[in-house]
Design a protein around this ligand. Structure first.
Ligand SMILES: C[S@@+](CC[C@H](N)C(=O)[O-])C[C@H]1O[C@@H](n2cnc3c(N)ncnc32)[C@H](O)[C@@H]1O
Length: 370
């Protein structure tokens, strides 16, 4: 299943995946290095690969090394533990060589980061790092599996129960729809095939993430943040799943995802079929009331109604609801500005901040529905 991506050059889908990983890493690292709350952090790359593709484009382990190199001046008292694991012996050996070369070229900062390399099957590796994951310190795991079989329900539940842990895992979602009822596949995730066929094929990754969402224990589900990012390659749909218990992490992940995909923030293709809607709208320019709404507009319509009905009462409420819907705070802020312009709500001066800072500082701002 799946061809070896290190025997060729990374394709667009792989580049999107690695761009999301890299961008989130650049958001995650400084949060912990620039504060004094934590004296230790863990980053885990459980399916590392050899370090690059056939042309020398960097894979996840070298992206991690480069990221810590960029932040090296901020690594003062924090102990940084990096875990690389690769099962294939040949790739593992190549990765070890890469790290040796990197270490020689960067000996000024190698003493600030502890690199741990293993050549284990994922399940043995995961068992071996559990004690390190359980230390109540920040963890970020990148689980870039081939296929579907390593991130089982049990692994997922284990991850969502960990404190201060963010993860990004990859899954070949459409394989589940194609082969989900074969014993080999159902052994790992056991999602009823009928359920997976209820929605169009291109939405398969969203359905897989819904399935994982339902696996989050009820005690956690209200304050857990889980997001999909679908990646189409040829006739297949793959995807990333991001998870965290922390609202700032959710905010940062959405910023990355919308940065990579400004139209929908959750796919490297037109998953909402917004282009088709826009073509249809352009055929009836004189009837704007009949125009189909794109993803952002549809969200803004809903938010607008909820504000006017009094269901969403203040900026903090609005911020949380915005992130829950997988949208950016700026999408909701635009709604407040427009409603004021239309004379349907009133607030003094500028639009109330819909932001993490306002949420953190409990800086509640109200508006009046007119
Ligand atoms: C999708 S690739 C990872 C690519 C890597 N993140 C990169 O950026 O280059 C998956 C990797 O998992 C490795 N792998 C396969 N079976 C494994 C297992 N049982 N345990 C751990 N790693 C395994 C493969 O050799 C392959 O290098």
């Amino acid at each position: 299943m799946g061809r070896d991506l290190h025997k060729k050059t990374f394709d667009d889908g792989t580049n999107t995946k690695l761009n999301i990983f890299q961008s989130y890493l650049f958001e995650w690292i400084p949060v912990f290095l620039k504060t004094n709350y934590f004296n230790e952090i863990n980053i885990i790359d459980a399916f590392s690969g050899p370090g690059h593709d056939l042309l020398g484009n960097k894979g996840s382990p070298l992206i991690i090394m480069d990221a810590f190199k960029s932040f090296r001046d901020h690594i003062t008292d924090t102990r940084v533990n990096v875990y690389f694991n690769e099962f294939n012996k040949n790739k593992f050996q190549r990765l070890r060589n890469e790290i040796e070369i990197f270490s020689k070229q960067n000996d000024d900062f190698m003493n600030k980061v502890s690199f741990n390399l293993t050549c284990l099957d994922f399940n043995d590796f995961f068992t071996s790092i559990k004690p390190n994951l359980n230390k109540n310190i920040p963890n970020f795991l990148f689980l870039d599996q081939n296929g579907i079989k390593f991130i089982t329900k049990d692994i997922f539940k284990y991850l969502v129960n960990l404190e201060k842990t963010d993860f990004l895992f990859y899954i070949s979602s459409s394989y589940l729809r194609r082969f989900g009822d074969t014993p080999e596949f159902s052994r790992y995730l056991n999602i009823p095939l009928d359920e997976l066929k209820e929605k169009p094929f291109h939405e398969i990754h969203l359905q897989i993430v819904d399935f994982f969402q339902r696996e989050i224990p009820p005690s956690n589900s209200n304050d857990y943040w889980l997001y999909p990012f679908s990646i189409k390659k040829g006739g297949n749909v793959f995807g990333l799943v991001f998870g965290s218990r922390n609202i700032l992490a959710a905010d940062k992940f959405l910023k990355v995802a919308w940065g990579i995909s400004p139209k929908n923030g959750n796919a490297n293709f037109d998953i909402e079929q917004d282009e088709q809607k826009s073509i249809e709208n352009s055929n009836i320019p004189l009837f704007p009331s009949l125009h189909k709404r794109n993803k952002v507009q549809a969200f803004q319509d809903t938010v607008s109604k909820r504000i006017l009905s009094g269901e969403i009462k203040n900026n903090i409420n609005l911020y949380v609801e915005t992130l829950r819907s997988g949208h950016l705070p700026k999408h909701s802020r635009e709604v407040l500005i427009n409603l004021k312009k239309e004379g349907r709500i009133f607030y003094e001066k500028n639009a109330p901040a819909v932001s993490y800072d306002a949420y953190r500082d409990k800086n509640i701002k109200l508006w009046k529905v007119l």
